[in-house]
Design a protein around this ligand. Sequence first.
Ligand SMILES: [Zn+2]
Length: 187
Amino acid sequence: MPCNEEFQIDLEKAFKDIAKGTLRALEEDCKKIAKRQEKWDRFYLGLAQYYSQASKDPSTCVGCVLVGTDNRVHGLGYNGFPPGIEDTVERYNDRPTKLSLVVHAEVNSIISAGHLAKGGTLYVYPSFALPPICNECCKVAIASGVKTIVGFVADENDERALRWKDSIAIAKMMCDEAGINYRGLVE
Ligand SMILES: [Zn+2]
C-alpha cells in the first residue's frame, strides 16, 4: 500500500473521530441546556402556582408568569375582575356573571408586561390540556408577540379539562398556525 494512501485512510479516520467527538460534545451541551431549561421552567411554573392563590375564583385559581427574552419576570397575573369592579362572592358564584367580568391570568400578566411581552414566554398554572391556554387568551398572547407557552401536562380526569376542551382546541390551532411553541412538563 503506498504511504500516501495509508495517510489518506488515517486522515479519514481522524476526521470521523473528530466529528464523533464534536457530536458527543454537542449532545452533552444540549442535555445540559435542556436540564437548565427544565429547572427554570419548574421554577416559573412554581411561581405561577403561588400567584394563582391570589385569585378569588371559587372554581379555578390560575396564575401566570410572563418571562421576557432577557429571562426576567416582566408580568404576573391571576384570574380576577378588573380594578374598580367589585369582586363579590355573589358575582363569583354566578357563572355567567363571573365569566363576563373576569380577566384571565394570562391576559393580566401580558398587560403588566406591556411591550416586554414581545418574544416572551408565558408560564401558566394549572393546565387542562396543551397548550395550557384558552382561545381568548391565546389571541391576546399572539397579538402581543408572546412566542412560547409552558405548563404542566394536564390531568385528563379533571372535569375542567372537558369544559375547556373546545376552547383549547382552537388555541392549539392558532398556536400551530402562528408558530407559537408550547410544551408541557410532568408535574
Ligand atoms: Zn384564558
